[in-house]
Design a protein around this ligand. Sequence first.
Ligand code: BGC
Length: 328
Amino acid sequence: MKNKTKRFFTIIGVGIFITSFLAMIYYGYQSFVIHLEPVTSKEYAYHFVLIAEEKENEYWRLVEKGARRAAEEHNIYLEFAAPEKADNEEMLKLFDRFISSKVDGIMIQGVQGERFRELVHKAVERELPVITVDTDVQNTIRKAYIGTDNYLAGKLLGEALIKNTEGVQHVGVILGRFDAINQQERLNGLEDAIANAPRISIETVKESNITMVGATQAAYSILKENSKINAMVGLSALDGIGIAEGIKEVVPYKDIYVAAFDMLPKTLELIKSGDIDITIAQYPEEMGYQAVEIMIKLQSGDLLETRFFTDTKIISKKDLLLNGEFKP
Ligand code: BGC
């Protein structure tokens, strides 16, 4: 009996050992084997790179989606590169690295400062076209810009604020990053729009670092620090969502006018539920798509036109309802 039990456990033990050994070999192989990218086996027309503000950002993933669609249609090898967390220095390093690599074109969010201008110059000198996407830097020799007219978009938001509110408005603004040009332009547009409406004043501006947690925290502190706030504005894609969260936490009973940016699914849900009043629509997929198409044209020479604005619209609940149904 004792021997039988011993044999039984020995067989089970050996079985477990063999299975683990085989699994180790299999998974070991899977982790170390290098799967070659099809780039080596397939002939592509061109190799482009899209350098975004932040890797896992939902908005930039939409720009990428549009760019990939155009790349597939035109047989382009497209790389997507971005800092893990939004950071101008990191983006400039990536830019520099790709200038020295063998790509045929670079599409990048415009970055503020002299270094960006120098790098655009370096690329263009090497006959490597550069296109700015989403954010332009006009005093550079970039070949084209594709994206929203950010000043106009900020102005639209300001006009909506004037049209949709009554009485004194103390506005709290949250923007993505103080050192992002598109955020500065949107804020300028907003300030210019309300310049002639003395009943509306901007009380404070905070940054979210283009994260939802950052936007919620910024909204939280704006509302805690200033009890007069009765309107809030978010100038980048996740800010409106953070504002809605912050209001729920700090002043859930208060009717605060909320204007946001972009049409991420969560933002549209919050418009439907009445937590966000309006959003300024941008078309990131369209930006990515057009950027690739324009980059293809640039491969055979410069273009007469250099600024390509994608659409900008004010979206409210009524625009999302079709025959009474919610249709984002
Ligand atoms: C801006 C992008 C930004 C994104 C952040 C958008 O509104 O156009 O520049 O990266 O928001 O989520």
